[in-house]
Design a protein around this ligand. Structure first.
Ligand code: NAP
Ligand code: FE
Length: 369
């Protein structure tokens, strides 16, 4: 055995965890910048719970609520400028992965007056401001990862950055905040969590510790699959999905993702497909492609999900997210080249070529027309 294990986030999990642990917030300082999307922070109830603690503790705050899905660098740059002007002691991200990732990036820019493109160097003169992460989706696990995934117009795709200093300092993970999600967003984000666990599990970079976390996350998803299908998603199910998402985040903090994520990026960038759905669409083909190199682990994935074989897996995914994406052969060729440029493609257990990626995309989105 030979592995490294580091998680830089103090996690509080459970209903009411913000107010139960309000003293933790007070320790971070007297001035906070809250980073959110348009509505989810309010709709979920998380913003009210958090600002109640800030008010009680006499912490001054501003709210930056301009983060769109798959945040673009320009918005991050604006957020960084707003932060340097307001000069907070810490940043709080409230929302899905998009606002949480934006909060991490803004925390770096608040302490470093650099071009946002320099975020991707992963080397910063000054440490980022502390980040509090409050997820309202059960998917990305961003609350326990160091990564921020941002949209890059210059290279027409998404790219992530992150180092040991960009883990959120604190994560308040309250499954109640996910109750306001629609069924579709619940399904998409749950598939993102599943893809983190499965990709990490089968990755070249998997470790004994990440494997334990991944197996539990996959099992939790399996236990929720029937509820995702029939739409009966009660508080217990929400809790389990949130737990799976957090475990998935812990997994990729160690392993990174692989080709499912790198293939999903062009679908999101060019076709506006939601992140978790984009990943979900590739899952079955991904497992089939890797089967010869990871037979035992892939059999375990199927078993942990409570399924008999790959056909059942494919049926489950198709029922959760009918494949309504169509691409031209020219688009496939272009996207496949972009996928090979992504670092995470090289973490895949089976060596992957541009042609392999094009074949997968052709099977899914061209031939099925
Ligand atoms: P998201 O992009 O943050 O949000 C998707 C949609 O869901 C938004 O319209 C959002 O509304 C809404 N929403 C969020 N919470 C809600 C709630 N409780 N009730 C109702 N609506 C809610 O979705 P996400 O899937 O969580 O995050 C995806 C992003 O995270 C992508 O950019 C992806 O690349 C990234 N990601 C990061 C990591 C990591 O390790 N950092 C891992 C995987 C993915 P608002 O617009 O109002 O907020
Ligand atoms: Fe993801």
């Amino acid at each position: 055995m030979n592995f490294k294990f580091y998680i830089g986030t103090k996690v509080f999990f459970g209903e009411g965890c913000i107010s139960t642990n309000k003293n933790e917030v007070a320790k971070l300082g007297k001035k906070a910048m809250i980073v959110t999307g348009a509505t989810s922070a309010k709709k979920s109830g998380a913003l009210d719970d958090f600002t109640a603690v800030l008010d009680e503790k006499g912490i001054e705050y501003m709210i930056y609520d301009k983060i769109e899905n798959n945040p673009a660098l320009k918005r991050i740059q604006d957020g960084g400028m707003a932060a340097r002007e307001f000069n907070p002691d810490f940043i709080a991200g409230i929302g899905g992965g998009s606002p949480l990732d934006a909060a991490k990036a803004i925390a770096v820019l608040a302490a470093n007056d650099i071009d946002p493109l320099d975020l991707f160097s992963n080397k910063f003169e000054n440490k980022p401001l502390p980040v509090v992460a409050i997820p309202t989706t059960a998917g990305t696990g961003s609350e326990v990862t160091p990564y921020a995934v941002l949209t890059r117009e210059d290279i027409q795709t998404k790219k992530s950055f992150g180092n040991e200093d960009t883990f959120p300092k604190i994560a308040f993970i309250d499954p109640v905040y996910t109750e306001s999600m629609s069924r579709n967003i619940t399904i998409y984000t749950a598939l993102d969590a599943l893809s983190h666990a499965v990709e990490g599990y089968i990755s070249k970079r998997s470790t004994p510790v990440s494997d334990i976390l991944a197996e539990k996350a996959i099992e939790c998803f399996g236990e929720c699959a029937a509820n995702l299908l029939n739409g009966e998603i009660d508080r217990k199910v929400r809790e389990k999905l949130m737990y799976a998402a957090m475990l998935g985040g812990l997994v990729i903090s160690h392993t990174g993702t692989t080709i499912v994520h790198s293939m999903g990026y062009p679908l999101t960038y060019f076709k506006n497909v939601q992140h978790g759905k984009a990943n979900g669409l590739f899952m079955a083909e991904y497992l089939k492609f890797n089967y010869e190199c990871a037979r035992q682990k892939i059999d375990t994935v199927i078993k942990l999900l409570g399924l008999k074989n790959m056909d059942e897996f494919e049926m489950l995914i198709n029922s959760l997210i009918p494949n309504d994406i169509r691409l031209s052969s020219e688009e496939v060729e272009r996207y496949a080249s972009g996928v090979m440029e992504q670092r995470n493609a090289s973490y895949n257990i089976r060596k992957v070529s541009r042609e392999d990626i094009a074949n997968i995309m052709n099977r899914l989105f061209v031939e099925k027309q």
